[in-house]
Write a protein that binds this ligand. Sequence first.
Ligand code: PAF
Length: 287
Amino acid sequence: MPADLLNTIAEVRRRVRAARAQGGTISLVPTMGALHAGHGALIDAARRGSDCVVVSIFVNPIQFDRPDDYEAYRIDLAADVGFCAARGADLVFAPSAPEIYPEPQKTFVEVTELGDHLCGKFRPGHFRGVVTVVAKLFHIVEPDRAFFGEKDAQQLAIIRRMTADLNMPIEIVPVPIVREPDGLALSSRNRRLSPEERAIAPALFRALGLARDRIASRAASVGEARQAGLDALAKYPLIRVEYFEVVDPATMTPVDRIAGPVRIAAAVWLGSTRLIDNVSSAPPGKI
Ligand code: PAF
């Protein structure tokens, strides 16, 4: 079945409200296009138990902290709509920038503290832009459930908190990371890697795995786990580490002690491409 492509807020509201009037469960998968199997897993998860799956495709200008990154973010809308249809989405909402921002945005949604670490520390204004557009999409689509990938675990934690703090009646559903056979987490940015960078890129997942195993098998401290990961990455002169942290899995804020389950999250640069990834761990007997 082809997915219907809708470009206006009025159209998507009308279609979603018609589905709801028939008692349907509405699910939203927010994306910025350039869809890959990771997004496919989000749509598959949304398809289960939903009567109407809406995929939004909107390259949100206000979440880019660097103009060159925004310029380099290319999508092929026809290919993305085909992808959504093949995965069983019902509606694709692909608004223009003026449809979402008819005037310069003066109202922003910001989740304090949770965005001060990890990506938020290095990408000023990024999470404010993400949370603002997600809040707008939630108001436009009014879904019962919304699906987000665990690769962007800090984004997920922040959106969960926004939804709870603003009493939005929306279930936030996390979807596990999809990886290439060599461990590299799928990302729209992977295609910007040169062949040489692509060959090195799985080192990030391996370094996270090393830190994970130190915690799980030897109850390593935060410092020991971080050092194991950083030492592994230091073998690759092309990799520049932005952060490598052991964090609380619910808030994604760094911890000093590992007393239970944690996440290990990292961001690295390979040339002009920034990669992020994370894994879960816990000390022996604390899973
Ligand atoms: O994860 C993304 O693709 C974006 O940050 C999101 C959630 C679609 C908001 O623009």
